[in-house]
Design a protein around this ligand. Structure first.
Ligand code: C2E
Ligand code: CA
Ligand code: CA
Length: 663
């Protein structure tokens, strides 16, 4: 509509300009016509008028005038003699209608001609002629009116035609294009593509439409790519956690409707971290890709496998007949993963552990199913890996934590993710370093886990056995050179109840030390008082064997258990460690600490105060004749390298220092 109005307006404007030009042209034509008429009449009248004036012939003048005024356009004729006096005149002076018209027409309505003597050149008077303007004006008005009307109609028609053409060939296709654009859905750009307007395939409009379609196709492609990136694991191109959770939700819904069993398998590679750490991430990535391939190859159609991250995979099995079918499939997958992996010219062997949760028995939504499959996987890991386990309600929170910790600890042990820190023991008399206690450290996923937290779990699960041997082996490795440089140094290693109860503990411990080229006499084994006293008869045998081989034996946390003094005398103990809680009370409430020191002296045992944190405690212990001190006052437990630099090197600084940080 607006366009039509615009076209109309421009047509009218153009029309006005054209008409104005036409009017000007018409007026000009009329003026020229009047002028030529004037000249013609003058030419006719000039000769007779000259004769009439020369001869002062009034009758001739009258007849000339009669003939002249008979012409319709002639208004008045005048003949003046040379003095200006009118000799003859006829007719009315035509009235000029308005100033404007007079100005437009008057100059073209009168003419004057000088009259000369017949046959000579002497001026005898003037002939003046007035034309009547009315006919000219009427004529001009009619012509102008005609041309204005014609111009207006013509321009209106033109405007109409242009509007129709514009509408048909521009506005309508544009409106259609606009409507198509409104229908485009940004999330599915190709659902409603832009239609190329008919007959416009090859013009600008067609170009615009197809260009928009190209852009929509591009948008579609980048959206698909984004979706792929957001839901696919880039390394294996498997569905990622997001897509797996989504798919599992769908599967749970379908299983709820169909009543068929659904199984979720949580799968984790055993000792993958080891591969990554020892062979590098490139090999680790290649391994993960092969694992993904094998999973997909061995998974029957209709089921889904994805990677959750790291070395964790999730498999969703739909329409299962029962646990047997799931068992078969899980076994098949694990077997496939156990086969050797040829990577980069090497042959790798990696196993996997899997946990299985079934819908609806083990959970009725994706989150609980995944969590329970995860718990079951840890149970499989706790069994040593390479196997799978179904989720079991007995796997409670506590059990879960234990299983999780144990599984991670097992990995840590296998992957050398554990470290030993050393805390010095100082000879209170000389101030020299007398030994160090080896304390295990676990940095798990960026968090330091205290041995107070994981040693009990390791004991509960039996992992402490392997852990204990690992610690002893590592300590031998760390301290081998220290013994050579500081003879007499005794490195203390903690030994737990479960370790001592192992039938061949003594033999293996001795073997480990000897294999390292060291002597058991360089080491002290710390056993907690309550452990020693729990089963003295049995401990006696083990401890004797160890002592005979050369190990020194310390009773740890002394004072917290119930030591029988007679047992204490029979046991091959060499050292009493006064528990931190009693050292803490010194010097205010020093009774127990003083008693233990006295007892140690009586029995000929070395006394060590642990947890010494203040100078006061240190001074009191020295006065009382306690043999050694260990605690934050001297140093926190520190890594082997640091211990070596600060306590073993000959130019190590003064031994007594204020509290340092552990790392
Ligand atoms: P523990 O044998 O009584 O070890 C002494 C604990 O006291 C260590 O804690 C040590 O860091 C801490 N400590 C040392 N000086 C001070 C002090 O001045 N103030 C205070 N507040 N604490 C001090 P950590 O390292 O957390 O070890 C806890 C327990 O874990 C040990 O108690 C020990 O029973 C056990 N443990 C540590 N490493 C091993 C190991 O390799 N094998 C076994 N079986 N048990 C270990
Ligand atoms: Ca200890
Ligand atoms: Ca202790």
């Amino acid at each position: 509509m607006r366009q039509a109005l615009l076209i109309l307006l421009s047509a009218v404007c153009i029309g006005v300009v054209l008409t104005a030009a036409e009017v000007a042209f018409t007026v000009h034509r009329k003026q020229t016509a009047a002028q030529s008429q004037l000249v013609q009449i003058m030419n006719l009248l000039e000769g007779p008028s000259r004769n009439a004036l020369w001869n002062l012939d009034q009758t001739l003048a009258d007849s000339i005038f009669g003939a002249a005024t008979a012409l319709e356009s002639v208004g008045r004729v005048e003949i003046h003699d040379v003095s200006g006096t009118t000799f003859a005149a006829t007719g009315e002076k035509p009235a000029m209608v308005s100033d404007f018209r007079r100005r437009m027409i008057a100059p073209y309505m009168t003419a004057e001609r000088t009259l000369t003597r017949p046959g000579g050149t002497e001026v005898i008077g003037r002939l003046v002629l007035y034309l009547k303007p009315d006919s000219f004006i009427q004529d001009a008005r009619a012509t102008i009116l005609g041309s204005v009307l014609l111009g207006l109609t013509r321009n209106l028609l033109l405007a109409l035609l242009l509007s129709v053409i514009f509408h048909l060939f521009l506005t309508r296709p544009l409106i259609k294009l606009g409507r198509d654009l409104i229908r485009v859905k940004p999330d599915s750009p190709l659902a409603n593509p832009i239609r190329v307007p008919r007959f416009h395939e090859n013009d600008e409009l067609g170009y615009v439409a197809s260009r928009i379609n190209e852009l929509l196709a591009q948008l579609h492609r980048s959206q698909s790519e984004l979706r792929r990136l957001a839901t696919r694991d880039p390394l294996t191109n498997m569905p990622n956690r997001v897509l797996m959770t989504e798919s599992l939700n769908g599967a749970v819904e379908r299983a709820g409707q169909s009543g068929r069993a659904l199984a979720v398998i949580f799968l984790d590679l055993d000792r993958f971290k080891h591969v990554n750490d020892s062979l590098g991430h490139a090999i680790g990535d290649a391994l993960l890709r092969q694992v993904a391939e094998r999973l997909q190859e061995n998974l029957p159609a209709g089921h889904l496998a994805g990677r959750l991250g790291g070395d964790e995979f999730l498999i969703v099995l739909e329409n299962m007949d029962g646990a047997d079918e799931v068992t078969n499939l899980a076994r098949r997958l694990l077997n496939a993963l156990t086969r050797a992996y040829p990577i980069d010219g090497q042959i790798l062997h990696v196993g996997a552990s899997a946990g299985i949760a079934m819908y609806p028995g083990d959970g009725d939504d994706s989150i609980s199913l995944m969590r329970h499959a995860d718990v079951a996987m840890y149970a499989a890991k706790a069994m040593g890996g390479g196997t799978f386990k179904f989720f079991d309600r007995a796997m409670t929170e506590r059990a879960m934590i234990i299983l999780r910790t144990e599984a991670s600890l097992r990995d840590a042990l296998a992957d050398d993710a554990l470290h030993i820190h050393y805390q010095p023991k100082i000879d209170l008399e000389t101030g020299a370093v007398a030994g160090a206690e080896a304390l295990v450290r676990w940095n798990h996923a960026g968090r330091m886990i205290s041995p107070a937290e994981f040693i009990p779990i390791a004991e509960e699960t039996g992992l402490i056995i392997d852990l204990g041997y690992w610690v002893l082996t590592q300590v031998c490795r760390d301290t081998a050179s220290w013994h050579r440089r500081l003879p007499g140094l005794s490195i203390a290693v903690n030994v737990s109840a479960r370790q001592l109860a192992e039938r061949d503990f003594a033999d293996r411990a001795i073997a480990i030390v000897r294999r390292a080229g060291l002597s058991p006499s360089m080491f002290t084994l710390e056993v907690t008082e309550s452990v020693v006293m729990r089963d003295v008869a049995n401990q006696m045998v083990v401890l004797n064997t160890l002592r005979l081989a050369g190990f020194r034996i310390a009773v740890d946390d002394f004072g917290t258990g119930y030591s029988s003094l007679s047992y204490l005398r029979q046991l091959p103990v060499t050292m009493l460690k006064i528990d931190r809680s009693f050292v803490n009370d010194v010097p205010g409430d020093a009774a127990i600490a003083a008693t233990v020191i006295a007892l140690g002296k009586k029995l000929g045992l070395t006394t060590v105060a642990e947890g010494v944190e203040t100078q006061e405690q240190y001074d009191w212990l020295r006065q009382e004749g306690c043999d050694q001190a260990q605690g934050y006052l001297i140093s926190r437990p520190i890594p082997a390298m640091r211990f070596e630099k600060e306590f073993i090197d000959p130019n190590a600084g003064p031994l007594l220092r204020l509290v340092g940080t552990e790392d």
